[in-house]
Ligand binder design. Structure first.
Ligand code: ZN
Ligand code: ZN
Length: 253
């Protein structure tokens, strides 16, 4: 199994997970053209995607979904709550999944779990090829016992480090937005992400990726320092998926 990021942050998100002949794009917060360009960097054509999986309806995750789906005939998987409010238009095909039930797309096993975030029916995922487990957790305002249980014993993890609380407090956002971002249905801070790492068991972890960093309210070195302190590794060993470049393929061996 391998995975990559097309880009991550408040201006657009898309993650790729591949197992065997199955290639799933999780979210598509970029225009169709931008998605094509970013896939090309990873030596992929949109027509090679098996499915698009959507976490929630915020525009940084969904803005390109309908266009890419229609243009390349790619089926989209999302919860009924997300489908009810997505405004992207017609899809090539829609499959509804239950956020409490595992399902399969080709060679990928997918375990969704609901998260506290201010969307209609948001969820995040654990992916497996039967041998390795990759967790994805962004757009989450607080840690719940359920999500901590879902993320136990992973081989790889893409983890939101949205903001540093001091930078958020001193930054340019208006007060209501600061409250939303830092609130229980907003986004994880570096400290909350570190707290999660200390609770899920990281003995098998091969790759840890800090993601969905705010360009205004965070710095890559702050996220790396917070996470590496928990793992007892060098900050440079923590990967960062950023907004312009995302992250190249990483293999879970
Ligand atoms: Zn987001
Ligand atoms: Zn969101």
């Amino acid at each position: 199994m391998r995975f990559a990021s097309l880009g991550s942050g408040s201006k657009g998100n898309a993650t790729l997970v591949e197992a065997g002949n199955t290639r799933v794009l999780i979210d598509c917060g970029f225009s169709c053209l931008e998605t094509e360009k970013r896939l090309a960097r990873l030596a992929l054509h949109p027509g090679e995607l098996t499915a698009i999986l959507v976490t929630h309806e915020h525009s940084d995750h969904i803005s390109g979904v309908a266009r890419v789906s229609r243009r390349y005939g790619i089926p989209v998987w999302m919860t009924a709550g997300t489908e009810a409010v997505h405004k992207g238009g017609r899809l090539a095909a829609w499959h509804c999944f239950n956020a409490h039930q595992c399902f399969e797309i080709g060679d990928l096993q997918i375990r969704p779990f609901p998260v506290p975030h201010d969307a209609r029916e948001p969820c995040q995922f654990v992916f497996s090829d039967g041998a390795r487990f990759l967790g994805l957790l962004t757009d989450t305002g607080s840690l719940t016992p359920h999500l901590l249980k879902a993320l136990a014993g992973l081989d790889g993890l893409i983890l939101e480090c949205n903001h540093d609380p001091d930078l958020l407090a001193d930054g340019p956002y208006p007060a209501p937005l600061k409250e939303r971002v830092g609130g229980p249905f907003g986004h994880l801070s570096n400290q909350q992400a570190a707290d999660l790492l200390g609770k899920i068991g990281t003995a098998r972890l091969q790759h840890l990726v800090a993601a969905h960093l705010s360009e205004e309210n965070n710095r890559p070195h702050l996220a790396r320092e917070s996470l590496s302190a928990v793992l007892g590794c060098r900050p440079s060993e923590i990967l960062v998926a950023d907004q312009p470049a995302g992250m190249p393929w990483k293999v879970l061996a």
